[in-house]
Design a protein around this ligand. Structure first.
Ligand SMILES: *Cc1c(COP(=O)(O)O)cnc(C)c1O
Length: 353
């Protein structure tokens, strides 16, 4: 830290992304990226004409992409906000809805970026423990008078609430914004997007990073009541009006025209997830029932850190969280069937079975 860094921020502990080591070619199952490439139309959209167009600022209204997303989700363009990764939409939502003393409520085991935003903006955070089995009790979130943030399906657990359970939470907080982070919803979850038509306090955030194979393009979006979207636009135009670059917007719109390709990938990933779960269970692992593109697994008698380290030495990267309650677990991204067979082979080698 320099002597010039704001005292307001001196205690800030930044978010730690999944590692991207370059020392060897790992089977990379640590950041919930897709093992499949973007659809052919995405490459075609990033053509010489688009490269020439880089002279110009991108469209700050993002109207083409908003229109495409709106038609995909059965809403209107004014119900859509686009962001530089969904992390930015989440960032703006914390800034917009929790900084005036209202505070924020979220689970103890969830996306670890939420507490960072709270630190950054000096937001009072109410951290609500998940139940013993890592499920979330919706009743813990009724009538809170705080901004509520729920990742559904949740990370790193992979567990999901139904749309009906989410609706009860939204209904029980008419005076607070409920942010639903649906980064993983395309892998078997139930989206709350249809509820945004009915509840003016519901903001749903999604991303291209997982199910649409575009983590590197940095594209996310939020869907909600037009007045909520206006709030996010106000923050965007007060910080970075050109938050999403032109190439990414083109790529994002092109991907929507090939949705069936992505649906097929999600289907494959869900099948591979269920296969990997069964195989790990045969090896004595406990695997939480996942609605995501990762599984959260532990093996009684094998420390989480030991599994992580043993796999890393064998060229397979998974994610380990050195944190209370989940120290025994690893979060394993679902790759291709071939990648998962390598994982399983290395696990067997480690267990000497
Ligand atoms: C991956 C992830 C995100 C966001 O990722 P972006 O790449 O910024 O879109 C948001 N929430 C959760 C729970 C995630 O796992």
């Amino acid at each position: 830290m320099s002597q010039f860094f704001s005292g307001q921020l001196s205690q800030l502990a930044p978010y730690t992304p999944g590692e991207q080591p370059k020392d060897k070619n790992y089977v990379k199952l640590n950041a919930n990226e897709s093992p499949y490439p973007p659809s052919p139309g995405v490459a075609a959209a990033l053509n010489a004409r688009e490269v020439d167009g880089l002279r110009l600022y991108s469209d700050a209204t993002a109207i083409e992409l908003k229109t495409a997303l709106a038609s995909q989700y059965g809403v209107r363009p004014e119900n859509v906000f686009v962001s530089n990764g969904s992390d930015e939409a989440l960032n703006f939502a914390f800034l917009a809805y929790a900084t005036d003393g209202r505070g924020a409520a979220f689970a103890d085991l969830t996306y670890s970026f939420y507490p960072v935003f709270c630190d950054l903006y000096h937001i009072q955070a109410d951290v609500i423990p998940l139940k013993e089995d890592f499920s979330l009790d919706p009743r813990d979130y009724y009538g809170r008078n705080q901004t509520i943030v729920i990742a559904n399906p949740n990370a790193p657990t992979g567990l999901a609430l139904s749309r009906d359970e989410m609706e009860e939470i939204v209904k029980a907080n008419p005076d607070s914004v409920v942010v639903v982070d649906e980064a993983y919803v395309d892998f078997g979850g139930e989206s709350c997007v249809p509820l945004t038509q009915k509840y003016p306090n519901l903001l749903v955030v999604q991303t291209y990073s997982k199910s649409r194979s575009m983590a590197g393009a940095r594209l996310g979006y939020a869907i909600g009541n037009a007045s909520l979207i206006q709030d996010l636009e106000t923050i965007k135009f007060s910080t970075n009006p050109f938050n999403v670059n032109q190439l990414t917007m083109k790529a994002g719109a092109a991907a929507l025209a090939e949705q069936s390709y992505y649906d097929g990938n999600c289907q494959k990933i869900m099948e591979t997830r269920d296969y990997t779960t069964r195989e790990l269970e045969k090896l004595g692992f406990t695997v939480l029932p996942s609605k995501t593109n990762f599984i959260f697994a532990k093996k009684p008698g094998l420390a989480g850190a030991a599994l992580y380290q043993g796999l890393k030495e064998r060229g397979v990267l998974v994610r380990y969280f050195d944190k209370d309650r989940i120290r025994d677990y690893n979060r394993i991204t679902i790759g291709t069937r071939e990648q998962m067979d390598i994982l399983l082979e290395k696990v067997r080698e480690l267990l000497q079975v």
